[in-house]
Design a protein around this ligand. Structure first.
Ligand code: NAI
Ligand code: MG
Length: 351
């Protein structure tokens, strides 16, 4: 088995953690008898400074034929964030139809949750975020600009097709886990779109009588993540609600530096894209101290998606072994190791 992987390290700490992710995937490949061909792309804010765009016009076509995309982080102060994000990450997500964003929030062995008294059995849920439409739309505009009547309208767009398919994905995923789906809604305030989500949720839930379904308004849901993380198995939400929850989930599971994320095309027509949840962290970039675990765990998710289940489990176990047996850890986890040392320890644990 050989996999062609497109690599976009991006900016800041993306360039530091991606090589560690590759190192660990390579170690898993050696142990489990497959190989990986990496095709590196220098698309980033540096690229923007040279070319006036984040990636070539035909960038999406350049990666379309690969088995998966391994992304670091994109964004730097020389380019406004909405440009770096829309011109690269959102283009890939949308043009490759990566309509599911999948983010596990699981407390690893050897990590202490910021929630007092919680251990690994209490925090093991997955956030399923609608990744193709919703609140992140370009529909709208500014009226009467520069006058006291200035008025900004930003439309949200929810199609039945995209809403139903993400809900079904959540229910299917729950069947492989603990058979429970929670919806993030806000039907008491957002009075057209969110009652619609509630209605579609009830309709899809009826197709899955074996899966427990419940819903929470997004505001109280954030409180429940903190107070009752053990209530959750699969949590599904719109693009915006899912985005917010998928930073909060990993935060209750320890550190943003360890959290992975998959942007998935469940139809498997196009390559799916795997990345850490965190960004380019300009505040610590260039110092060699970023935690590589988010990138490494994203590598495990990528291998799982490619069908290398044993290799994926082995990477997760190697991370937990290093963390729980006093191996090197970076500063965000209370240690003093650098990025490379932390990455090598996990690769060694796999050998
Ligand atoms: P960020 O995740 O880059 O940083 C937030 C905080 O977490 C910082 O204090 C940072 O030092 C820390 N942190 C993040 N990753 C870490 C790691 N691996 N190890 C140790 N500490 C870590 O988020 P921020 O500051 O909001 O965004 C910075 C840039 O990254 C922006 O340009 C933003 O647009 C971009 N970004 C890109 C993403 C992507 O490529 N998918 C996702 C989020 C942000
Ligand atoms: Mg986010």
């Amino acid at each position: 088995r050989n996999y062609d992987i497109a690599v976009i390290a991006g900016d800041g700490i993306g360039k530091e953690v991606v090589p560690e992710g590759q190192r660990v995937v390579e170690a898993a490949a050696r142990r489990f008898g497959f190989s990986v061909d990496w095709k590196e792309h220098d698309w980033s804010c540096d690229y923007y400074a040279r070319h006036g765009r984040m990636m070539p016009e035909d960038g999406v076509e350049q990666v379309r034929g690969s088995h998966a995309i391994f992304l670091g982080a994109v964004g730097w102060p020389n380019v406004p964030d909405h440009i770096s994000t829309w011109d690269l990450i959102l283009r890939l997500r949308r043009e490759l139809n990566l309509y599911v964003a999948l983010r596990p929030a699981r407390l690893l062995k050897g990590i202490t949750s910021p929630l007092a008294g919680r251990d690994a059995k209490d925090i093991d849920f997955v956030i399923v975020r609608e990744n193709s439409e919703g609140e992140y739309s370009s529909a709208g505009g500014i009226l009467y600009q520069g006058t006291p009547e200035e008025l900004v309208i930003q439309e949200s767009v929810f199609s039945r097709r995209a809403t139903d398919r993400i809900l079904r994905y959540a229910f299917e995923l729950a069947r492989t886990r603990r058979n429970k789906v929670s919806l993030a809604t806000k039907s008491n305030g957002i009075k057209i779109a969110m009652p619609y989500w509630d209605e579609r949720f009830a309709a899809v839930a009826a197709e899955y009588p074996d899966v427990e379904a419940n819903k929470f308004h997004i505001d109280i849901l954030t409180a429940h993540f903190v107070n009752h993380p053990d209530w959750f198995d699969v949590v599904v939400g719109s693009n915006l609600f899912g985005d917010i929850l998928s930073d909060l989930g990993p935060a209750v599971a320890g550190s943003i530096g360890i959290a992975p994320s998959g942007n998935i095309d469940p139809t498997r027509t196009n390559p799916s894209m795997f990345e850490p949840v965190h960004g380019s962290a300009p505040d610590i970039a260039g110092q060699g101290i970023a935690n590589p675990i988010g990138q490494i765990w994203a590598g495990a998710m990528m291998l799982e998606h490619l069908g290398e289940l044993e290799a994926a489990r082995a990477i997760e176990t190697a991370i937990e072994t290093v963390l729980s047996q006093g191996g090197p850890r970076t500063r965000d986890l209370g240690g003093s190791a650098g990025t490379i040392e932390a990455g090598k320890a996990i690769a060694d644990a796999l050998a």
